[in-house]
Design a binder for this molecule. Structure first.
Ligand code: SF4
Length: 578
C-alpha cells in the first residue's frame, strides 16, 4: 500500500469504473448513513430547519466527472448508486480499476464497496480518493490498493500512462439537479440552472479547520486547472454554447483571490458583451478588495462567504465589518450565504447567545452553521491530536464527524452533547428572526434590480433584467403564499406584506394578478410538503450512470463481437424484422 502511483500495466486499455458511495443517504444505517446528513448541501447544513421552505437540491460528484472527462481510457461513472446497483455493475461487467470517492463519514460504505470489488472483480485495482484521503491511517482501515491524496485528474492520468499536463477538458454539467422548494420539484430546463465551472481547487489562505484547503496542499497552495482569464473565458463560452446557460456556479474555494485571472475575465466579458452571472465562494477581505463596479461587471450575483464568528483571529476577516459588508453586497443585488462556526475556542455556554445573535444579525440570504470540527489532514486536527483531545473512534464513530451533530473532541469550554442544541438554536433563530431564505433572496434580487435596471452598461442591465424575471410571477406568488403562511405571526406577516408591496410597486398590474393565483397553488403545495416532512419523508438523488466515448466504443465493439459470435441470433432477428 502506498500513496505513490505507478503506471497500471494495461495503461489506456484499462477499463475504469468511478463511483461515489452508495445510498440511500438520509437514514441511519450500519454503513454510516445518517438522517441528519442527507446528500443535500443546503438542506444538510444551510436551510436545515426551514421545513417546506428549505431549498432541496443535489450536486453531482464533480471530482469524479472531472477525472472521467480527462482520461482516455474507457471509463464508466456511477453517481449515487444504490448498493444493489453498484453490486450489479461490478458483478456483470469487467473492470481493471475501480475508483471510489468519499468523505470520511462514509468510510463504512467505502469499506463495503472495497469488499464487494474484491469479491466480484478480484483482478481490479482499487483507488480511493476525495476528502476521506486526508486520514493518514486510511490504508489500514479499508482494503484499497492506492489512496489518491489531493488532485485526482493528474493522478489518474499518470496512473494510466497519459500526459498529465495535457490541457484540462471541462465537463459539461449543471450545478444541481432535483431542485425542490415549497413542495415543487423544479424541472431542469436550459437556462434555469447554472452550469458548474471549476477553475481551481484548494485555497492558499489555509484556515486551520479547512479540509478543502488541506486536501490540495494547505496554506499557500492551490491547483489551477485554468490559470488565465483567457483560458477560463474559452471554457465558459464552450459551456454556454453547449448547455445554453448564462450563469455559472464557480466551484473554486476562493475564486476572486486569483485577481489577475478574474480581472482579465472581466475584460473579456466586457469585450464580448457577456452578461454572465457568477456564483462564487470568496473570503471577506478578498471580496472587499474589489470595487462594487468590478463585482457588477464580473456578474458576481451570489457569494458564499465565511463569517466564522465575532472576535475570531482569521486573517481573511481582519478589519472587516462583515455585517456592513453583507448589507452593502445585498444592496447591490448580491445574495450572500454566510457561514458561521459554532464552538470556536472562545465559545462558552455563557457567551453562546451572543455568538448566535451576532451571526443572525448579518441577515444573510442563507446561513450555514457548522460545528468547529477537526477533520483529518487539517492543522486543527493535528493540534487536537497532539493535545490528546480527540475522541477515539470507538467512542465517537467516524460516521458522525460531519459537523451537524457532535464535537469529535473534548471542547475546552463546552461539555459533550450540548453543542447539538446550540447548533439547532442557531439555525432556528436565524429562521425565526430573518424568515425563509427564499424571501430574503427575493428581497436582494429586487434591491439589485432597482439599483442596476438603468445602468449605462447594457450587459449589466441585461443580467439584472434576466435574473429578476421570475420575481414578476412565481417568486411574487411565493411571497403571497408566505404571507398567508405567517397569518398568525404578526412580525413575519408584516415582513412579507412589505416585500409583496415592493414587488407590486416594482412590477405593476400583471404581478398583482399573478401573485395570488400562483400563491394559492404554492400555499397548497407548501402545506402538503410540511405534512410529508412530518411523516419523515426524505429526498434522495437518482442514480446516474455516464460512460465516456472510449467506454461507449468498447461496449459497441463488444456487442458487435457477440452478434458475430452468434450469427443464428442475428439472422433470426433479421428474419423476424423483414
Ligand atoms: S478562506 Fe475559506 S476556502 Fe480558504 S482556507 Fe479559509 S475556509 Fe478554506
Amino acid at each position: 500500500m502506498t500513496s505513490f502511483s505507478p503506471v497500471h500495466p494495461l495503461g489506456l486499455r484499462a477499463r475504469v469504473l468511478l463511483s461515489s458511495v452508495f445510498g440511500p443517504y438520509a437514514q441511519d444505517d450500519e454503513y454510516g448513513s445518517r438522517t441528519v446528513n442527507p446528500m443535500e448541501l443546503y438542506h444538510n447544513q444551510v436551510t436545515r430547519v426551514q421545513g417546506g421552505f428549505s431549498l432541496r437540491m443535489f450536486h453531482r460528484s464533480f471530482g469524479l466527472m472531472m477525472i472521467q472527462s480527462n482520461i482516455d481510457a474507457p471509463c464508466t461513472l456511477l453517481d449515487f448508486p444504490s448498493l444493489d446497483r453498484f453490486t450489479s455493475e461490478i458483478r456483470d461487467n469487467t473492470y481493471d480499476i475501480v475508483g471510489i470517492s468519499s468523505i470520511l463519514p462514509n468510510i463504512g460504505k467505502v469499506r463495503e464497496m472495497c469488499r464487494l470489488v474484491r469479491k466480484h472483480q478480484p483482478g481490479a485495482t482499487i483507488v480511493v480518493g476525495g476528502h476521506i484521503a486526508g486520514k493518514k491511517d486510511l490504508s489500514g482501515l479499508i482494503d484499497a490498493d492506492y489512496i489518491c491524496r489531493g488532485e485526482g485528474v493528474r493522478w489518474f492520468r499518470r496512473f494510466l500512462g497519459q500526459q498529465e499536463k495535457d490541457p484540462i477538458r471541462h465537463p459539461l454539467v449543471h450545478s444541481g439537479f432535483g431542485a425542490r422548494v415549497f413542495g415543487v420539484t423544479l424541472p431542469l430546463r436550459p437556462g434555469n440552472t447554472a452550469a458548474m465551472l471549476i477553475p481551481s481547487v484548494g485555497c492558499p489562505v489555509g484556515c486551520n479547520f479547512c479540509s478543502t484547503s488541506a486536501l490540495f496542499g494547505g496554506k499557500g497552495k492551490a491547483v489551477h486547472f485554468y490559470d488565465t482569464g483567457d483560458k477560463l473565458f474559452e471554457v465558459m463560452e464552450n459551456i454556454e454554447r453547449n448547455l445554453q446557460v448564462k450563469s455559472f456556479f464557480v466551484m473554486d474555494e476562493n475564486f476572486l483571490l486569483h485577481r489577475k485571472r478574474a480581472l482579465r475575465l472581466l475584460e473579456l466579458m466586457e469585450e464580448n458583451r457577456k452578461s454572465w452571472a457568477l456564483f462564487v465562494f470568496s473570503s471577506a477581505r478578498v471580496l472587499r478588495s474589489y470595487t462594487l463596479e468590478e463585482l457588477a461587471g464580473l456578474g458576481i450575483s451570489w457569494v458564499w462567504m465565511g463569517l466564522e464568528g465575532e472576535n475570531n483571529t482569521y486573517e481573511k476577516l481582519r478589519n472587516v465589518d462583515t455585517v456592513d459588508l453583507v448589507k452593502t453586497l445585498q444592496s447591490h443585488g448580491i445574495r450572500v450565504l454566510g457561514s458561521s462556526i459554532i464552538g470556536l475556542e472562545n465559545h462558552t455556554p455563557e457567551n453562546m447567545d451572543r455568538v448566535i445573535d451576532y451571526a443572525v444579525s448579518h441577515d444573510t440570504d442563507f446561513h450555514q452553521f457548522m460545528l468547529y470540527t477537526p477533520i483529518p489532514g487539517t492543522p486543527l486536527y493535528e493540534e487536537h491530536r497532539k493535545a490528546g483531545t480527540l475522541h477515539s473512534e470507538d467512542v465517537f464513530p467516524l460516521a458522525d464527524t460531519h459537523g451537524q451533530y457532535r464535537f469529535n473532541y473534548r471542547h475546552r469550554h463546552i461539555d459533550g452533547g450540548r453543542e447539538e442544541a446550540y447548533l439547532l438554536d442557531a439555525f432556528r433563530r436565524d429562521f425565526e428572526v430573518n424568515g425563509p431564505s427564499l424571501a430574503r433572496l427575493i428581497r436582494t434580487f429586487l434591491k439589485g434590480w432597482k439599483r442596476y435596471k438603468d445602468h449605462p452598461n447594457r450587459r449589466i442591465r441585461e443580467r439584472f433584467a434576466r435574473e429578476v424575471r421570475p420575481l414578476r410571477t412565481v417568486y411574487a406568488g411565493a411571497v403571497w403564499a408566505m404571507r398567508k403562511w405567517y397569518a398568525e405571526d404578526r412580525r413575519m406577516r408584516e415582513k412579507m406584506d412589505a416585500l409583496l408591496r415592493d414587488l407590486y410597486h416594482a412590477f405593476g398590474f400583471l404581478t398583482r394578478i399573478a401573485a395570488p393565483v400562483t400563491g394559492r397553488y404554492l400555499y397548497r403545495t407548501l402545506k402538503n410538503e410540511e405534512k410529508r416532512l412530518a411523516r419523515g419523508w426524505t429526498w434522495e438523488p437518482e442514480s446516474v450512470c455516464d460512460k465516456n466515448d472510449a467506454a461507449v466504443a468498447l461496449e459497441a465493439a463488444a456487442s458487435t463481437r457477440i452478434v458475430l459470435a452468434r450469427p443464428h441470433v442475428s439472422i433470426k432477428r433479421a428474419g423476424f424484422s423483414s
